[in-house]
Design a protein around this ligand. Structure first.
Ligand SMILES: Nc1nc2c(ncn2[C@@H]2O[C@H](COP(=O)(O)OP(=O)(O)OP(=O)(O)O)[C@@H](O)[C@H]2O)c(=O)[nH]1
Ligand SMILES: [Mg+2]
Length: 243
């Protein structure tokens, strides 16, 4: 099964102003530059759907993309962990993201993107822990798989799982993708469509809502660490998206 269409709808800094819908919504998050916007473009089959950039810190707002004439939505979020940003901006972005994740009732699954080349990073592990503590359903998407050979990529993922297993009883769904090579797209879509189908049937989707880290003690300092940093103000930079 494939998408019928994908269309940019709106950008917001406040989740309360996001579209008033009652359909499932899938958001994409991860460190700045990990490839969130590129992945949305791959899924949407349109390289101009979401704005991408070689420089980190491109996406600064909550961007809604209407899928299949409004049957479901994809949401592009700002990245976290961009060390060049100042503390105030980190907190501001942290607030935008945190409020969206905890407050948006339509959010059905959060895809957390991780660059397949990197060793497990503290900021990502802490973010996953925070999701678990707040019972936010999520899946992990490894990006930029084309940068490694298939075997090296699989090994990286296995190593990552080992690290996760130290903390998590059960692992979330895991996907390996390359927006460059357009790989992993169908697996992601199958997952999304299977959840949409369950929701349409009125069933509670069987996703990782109950995932909880084993160690409840170490609370991540999400306010501080969650967000990217830039020299620029978080102004309505996505004006070019508002078309
Ligand atoms: N080789 C390769 N490059 C990729 C892939 N996905 C994204 N990139 C590149 O990585 C850079 C960042 O991509 P974006 O999609 O803008 O990343 P983002 O996570 O949305 O970044 P922010 O909005 O700044 O947080 C761009 O130069 C992309 O071309 C991929 O699968 N393979
Ligand atoms: Mg982006």
């Amino acid at each position: 099964m494939d998408i019928k269409n994908a269309k940019y709808e709106i950008s917001n800094a406040d989740f309360r102003k996001c579209p008033d819908t009652d359909v499932p919504e899938y958001a994409f998050i991860g460190r700045s530059n990990v490839g969130k916007s590129s992945l949305i473009n791959m899924i949407g089959k349109n390289k101009n759907l979401a704005k991408t950039s070689q420089k980190p810190g491109k996406t600064l707002l909550i961007n809604h993309f209407k899928m299949d004439n409004g049957q479901w939505y994809m949401v592009d979020l700002p990245g976290y962990g961009y060390a060049a940003r100042g503390k105030d901006q980190r907190n501001e972005f942290g607030r935008i993201i945190k409020e969206y994740i905890l407050g948006r009732k339509q959010l059905t699954c959060l895809f957390v993107l991780i660059d397949i080349r990197h060793e497990p990073q503290k900021i990502d592990l802490e973010f996953l822990r925070w999701l678990g503590e707040n019972q936010v359903p999520f899946a992990i998407v490894f990006t930029k798989a084309d940068k490694l050979g298939p075997n090296a990529g699989k090994k990286k993922v296995e190593d990552y799982k080992k690290v996760l297993k130290k903390e998590w009883e059960e692992l979330p769904p895991i996907f390996i993708t390359s927006s460059e090579k357009k790989s992993g797209r169908q697996e992601l879509l199958d997952y999304i469509f299977s959840i949409n189908k369950e929701i349409a049937k009125g069933e509670k989707p069987d996703i990782e809502e109950e995932l909880k880290p084993e160690d409840e003690e170490s609370k991540p300092e999400i306010e501080e660490d969650l967000m990217p940093e830039t020299e620029e103000k978080p102004k309505q930079e996505n004006k070019d998206l508002l078309n």
